[in-house]
Design a protein around this ligand. Sequence first.
Ligand SMILES: Nc1ncnc2c1ncn2[C@@H]1O[C@H](COP(=O)(O)OP(=O)(O)OP(=O)(O)O)[C@@H](O)[C@H]1O
Ligand SMILES: [Mg+2]
Length: 392
Amino acid sequence: MYLRHLQVGDFRSWERVDLALGPGPTVFVGRNGEGKTNLVEAVGYLATMGSHRVSGDAPLVRHGSGQAVVRAALRRGDRELLVEIEINPGKANRVRVNRAALPRPRELLGLVRTVLFAPEDLSLVRGDPTERRRFLDELLATRTPRLAGVRSDYERVLKQRNALLKTARLARGKAVETLDVWDGHLTDLGAQVLAARLRLVADLVPHVADSYAGVAGEGAVAAGLGYSSTVPLAGDGAALPVGAALPSVEDLAEAMRARIAERRGDELDRGMTLVGPHRDDLVIHLGPAPAKGFASHGESWSLALALKLATFALLRSEGEDPILVLDDVFATLDAERRAALAAVARSAEQTLITAAVVDDVPVELQGTRVEVGRGMALVVKDAVPVGEGGDP
Ligand SMILES: Nc1ncnc2c1ncn2[C@@H]1O[C@H](COP(=O)(O)OP(=O)(O)OP(=O)(O)O)[C@@H](O)[C@H]1O
Ligand SMILES: [Mg+2]
């Protein structure tokens, strides 16, 4: 798939911009702070309805404005889709596809598929488990949109159960019957999330090994993935072998129920839910050791890249290239890693690249450029230039 047209209004630093895009690589160049990342952030928002840089939506709206808009014409095979999102911080977003409003914004997930690699991705390897859970859950929502609903139902149940645990702590015992009901909802939904995450991790394993070998070069130790869970059956963090047998949803629900029963005393003491996918972690392995706490800076960076390239390979293997977005990453890679990334970037149906200095981008990717500066973005070369203020 590829974006044929992108329009943003009051998004970050952009009052308005209109861009005609095409398949193949496009490089956004311009000085620091001119708004290059802001543009690809808008592209990422079409896919995940979130930003790779901040957790809430408020920073995405231009200072002084109440609402941001992202519109895109997306090509999928010979179909074209028009996607429009109104970002309304603090209120529900509004999403239209081919001019028809979606009853729920999250029904958009899965339609526009991107794989975005950015400096922030180092936190996939070095950061908190939250980052890795978000990575897994975003990819789940892309591959299997139904799971976005399961995930948000789980969050809702979790909140209510936590509130109940807090009151139960004060009222010691009284709320415990109600707790049993919530335990049922929590395990039903939690087991579905767990099963889906395990399937996803297992599916990523061979791609991560291949991508890391490609990025780190001959002779590098092997990279792998494991899942570390508060539900014993769901994984202890050890690297999953290729083709690992996975537990069923029913077995996971049973194991989760049993573990919750064991930990009820602790949960009442602490007033929070201690068992479930919201406490789990994706474990990235490098050779025999977990990468976190052991891998060097360069190794961590290669692992983050390998994880994103594996995501790209997995989505591609399921039928359609996602849009590859590379935000400011070439300058920090050495020659070997740069070449590995360039090979994938060249082969993708569409690659959007940002760089402050165009020479940092491998020359074979430099064909089409968008020059970004002074609040304008102009397409040059194969270009249909549309500046600020044009209509789509
Ligand atoms: N909500 C907002 N409203 C107005 N301006 C914003 C908003 N959010 C960010 N900006 C501005 O956008 C600019 C940063 O844009 P961006 O991150 O896209 O730059 P960039 O071109 O990618 O730079 P670099 O080359 O350093 O990565 C900053 O000047 C920042 O002040
Ligand atoms: Mg940037």
